[in-house]
Design a protein around this ligand. Structure first.
Ligand code: SF4
Length: 304
């Protein structure tokens, strides 16, 4: 098996669960306060109308989404699975509804982990208490969007919360010993390596267990597409993306698990950059860059 110079999720899962473990992407029928008017109606400027879950069949119940997955050819590749609530804001509902929806996904012992993606302004004590309850049955991960620690960029991308809110949410997750997976983005408007360095410095002062590094891409029907078409936003080149991603890897905590290292652009909606469609190209490029330059995760990490 190919060796990686960073903590790749697949290897972590194999060690954690003793065998290959796959993710089942679910649509829990949630909304997002940054779209329904509570915070804003526009959403983050890069967000497609599906809230980052274009490939999921959201017309059926959560339980049936899991059952359908189990009866598909994909499920034959593993025995253990992660129920991953991906679309929109998966803690944005009443505690009763959240509990019901999460329970629906845990249909049998093959589900070993419950993973929910959310916004920091939708994390509170009650939600953490509920998620902590699920820890008696399965592992629980909470994915938290940061994208950048730069609040000016946060405003520009209409994120709808500032970095302080993120920090407070992360502290709550820490308090309830919930594993936190942080999302950051490379190639955001008005950001260069300098802003990315600030984001990494900020993260190095925080306690989190996993990271998703996303490439910023432009999809149809978004505000970012408008900026792109007006010449006010240029997407990042692959070469720069690889170098920036390697900067992040070499400077973050060596213990953190890297859950993702590129974007998953929806083919039919992608406007730019084209290279985003070639996941292997990105992964191999990052791996080659690390190896050729004798780089590995955390080699420049400084605890703050
Ligand atoms: S928080 Fe997530 S779902 Fe909501 S608008 Fe932003 S990217 Fe889309």
């Amino acid at each position: 098996m190919e060796k990686y110079n960073y903590n790749k999720l697949n290897e972590y899962l194999k060690n954690r669960y003793g065998e290959k473990t796959l993710k089942i992407c679910l649509d829990g029928g949630f909304s997002c306060p940054n779209r329904d008017g509570k915070v804003s109606t526009g959403g983050c400027i890069f967000c497609s109308g599906k809230g980052s879950g274009e490939h999921i069949n959201s017309d059926i119940s959560i339980e049936n989404q899991v059952k359908n997955y189990f009866s598909s050819y994909k499920a034959k590749r593993a025995n253990k699975f992660i129920a991953y609530f991906q679309n929109f804001t998966n803690t944005y509902d009443s505690i009763e509804n959240l509990e019901k929806k999460y329970n629906e996904a845990l249909i049998d012992d093959r589900i070993v982990c419950l993973s929910v993606a959310t916004r920091p302004d939708c994390v509170n004590e009650d939600i953490c208490r509920l998620l902590a309850k699920f820890k008696k049955r399965v592992d629980v991960w909470v994915e938290l969007g940061l994208q950048t620690s730069n609040d000016n960029t946060g405003k520009l991308i209409n994120r709808g919360y500032d970095t302080y809110i993120f920090k407070s949410a992360l502290e709550l997750l820490n308090k309830y010993q919930l594993e936190a997976i942080v999302h950051i983005m490379i190639g955001l408007p008005n950001e260069s390596l300098d802003e990315l360095k600030d984001t990494v410095i900020f993260l190095n002062s925080q306690n989190y267990q996993g990271i998703k590094i996303h490439s910023t891409y432009v999809v149809k029907g978004t505000k970012l597409e408008e900026l792109y078409n007006q010449g006010k936003y240029n997407s990042i080149e692959l070469k720069d993306y690889i170098e920036n991603a390697c900067y992040v890897i070499t400077h973050i905590n060596p213990k953190v698990i890297v859950h993702k290292i590129s974007g998953d652009a929806p083919k039919n909606l992608l406007v730019a950059p084209e290279w985003n469609l070639h996941k292997k190209l990105i992964l191999n490029g990052i791996n080659r860059y690390l190896k050729e330059n004798n780089l590995h995760q955390g080699m420049y990490y400084k605890e703050i």
